[in-house]
Design a protein around this ligand. Structure first.
Ligand code: MLT
Length: 266
């Protein structure tokens, strides 16, 4: 059931399920909290899951300007304050991973464990910034239709795209449901995000890194680079998955998460 809270001048929509230690799941760009349906079902008997819609996505407000990773990290801190949660496990996929890293850097005392899925620590290249500016132009001028057409095949492994119309439809409908102004704000925020690579060795909480074996947006090499910099981090490759690894191969993804949580004894 969706809940809403007003913080920092915007409304954040979120869901809660399960019992136990708090564990936050942050979706990626153009997705929303429904991305985590299978994980919420699989983990409800282990942890208290908190799944927000990031600003400009799903049912959360769109704010003018850029939605920086730090803004979204501050939104999460405010949401946790409202919920009376001091410290939580935090997991993020792709842009959700950028926000997770920003949150961990800004509020290290509030992070109990980290999961970084299909994400990277590096900042954008100039070429990526140009591509984001072009995507922003298209979103604001033509709406999300052309973006759903161009992004859906890139987000999924070729096999998923060819043989799982249910997943293709789910991804398309999340993209089509993203407000163009929300997508534009996140594109601006991602293009100015800081490079976190040299800060990674300061992470001192248990960390799990997950990546789809065929992730074309944040390829496995970036995950391996993070693993090498984060003390004790474990990397699990999700076979047969692209960038949306948690919905493409939920059984593998959930097993890796459950093993990780088991090791934390939560
Ligand atoms: C995401 O899935 O969150 C985005 O594709 C990440 C990005 O564009 O860098």
């Amino acid at each position: 059931m969706v809940k809403r809270v007003r913080v920092r001048g915007i409304e954040i929509a979120y869901e809660e399920s399960g019992r136990g230690e708090p564990f936050v799941l942050l979706h990626g760009f153009l997705f929303n909290r429904s991305l985590w349906r299978e994980q919420a079902e699989a983990l409800a008997d282990r942890v208290r899951l908190i799944t927000p819609d990031l600003r400009g996505h799903g049912e959360s407000s769109v704010a003018p300007g850029s939605a920086t990773m730090e803004e979204m990290a501050d939104d999460l801190a405010a949401l946790l304050d409202e919920l009376g949660v001091g410290r939580a496990g935090v997991a993020g996929l792709s842009m959700g991973g950028y926000v997770t890293l920003a949150f961990c850097r800004r509020y290290p005392e509030r992070v109990r464990a980290l999961v970084l899925a299909d994400t990277r620590a590096q900042a954008d290249t100039e070429e990526q910034r140009r591509a984001r500016a072009e995507m922003e132009r298209v979103a604001l001028k033509e709406g999300m239709g052309p973006i759903a057409d161009s992004m859906t095949p890139k987000l999924l492994a070729p096999e998923t795209f060819a043989s799982r119309p249910d997943i293709v439809e789910r991804v398309r409908s999340m993209i089509l449901g993203t407000p163009p102004a929300g997508a534009a704000a996140a594109l601006r925020g991602m293009s100015v995000r800081r490079d976190q690579t040299e800060w990674l060795p300061e992470i001192s909480v248990p960390t799990l890194i997950l990546v789809g074996s065929e992730d074309a947006i944040t390829p496995p090499a970036g995950s391996e680079a993070m693993r090498a910099k984060i003390r004790g981090a474990r990397l699990v490759t999700i076979g047969g998955a692209g960038h949306a690894s948690n919905i493409e191969q939920p059984a593998q993804f959930n097993r890796a998460l459950a093993d990780f949580l088991g090791g934390l004894s939560v």
